[in-house]
Design a protein around this ligand. Sequence first.
Ligand code: AMP
Length: 231
Amino acid sequence: MSLYVILMGIQGAGKGLQAKRIEEHFGIPQVSTGDLFRAMRTRRDALATKVQQIMASGQLVDDETTNAIVVDRLAQADAAGGVILDGYPRNQIQAAFLEAHLAEKGARVNSVLLLELDLFTAFKRAFGRVSAADGSSYNYYYNADGVDFNWAQDPAGQFPPRLEASIAGGGESLRRRPDDASADAIIKRIDTYLETTQPLISYFEARDIVNRIDADQSIEAVWTDIKRALE
Ligand code: AMP
């Protein structure tokens, strides 16, 4: 039996963490098209150069290229029992292609896991997030124990102030992802997410395979709901 799962969720919904757990528990790898494209960064062939240019301009890679890369990835040995798809499909053309491709293998999309989070919470999870070199993560709004946070006013009075953070008592300074530091950029990402996922959700709802998971719970509780949905 194979298991093909599409993982969808707004930034900050905890997709990355839950994908790791699905990988370990169900023994299927996570396939992120964004990661596959980023991995082409060091290549110099024509395809990789084209993808690099598209990504640098912030646009989507064309469907034909994206579909071909996914087919190639799904043909690898570790994907024989299925995969967790992240960032793909991004539109209905890709969705229909994926379905047809899986049908040829005698498989199908078993579940679309939709990690749901209200938009304001999603915003705060991104805007308040900082991380340490070892990958541990803290949040100004939700998980600030043991961290000194400071809103540094811009000398020129620009808004918003900069969020500085370090481990309490003069410890390691924590890093904020540059794309989380701008409220505008976060809102734009949320808008893009809504715009692109709404039609896809309707598409898969018509097939009755969407599992809505409340992502505004503890990591454990979200995981319990995911396991229940997939089992
Ligand atoms: P992501 O990490 O999912 O945000 O993807 C980073 C970039 O890779 C996107 O901005 C696109 O340029 C490209 N990309 C990733 N997945 C897809 C997809 N399914 N279709 C088209 N382009 C994609």
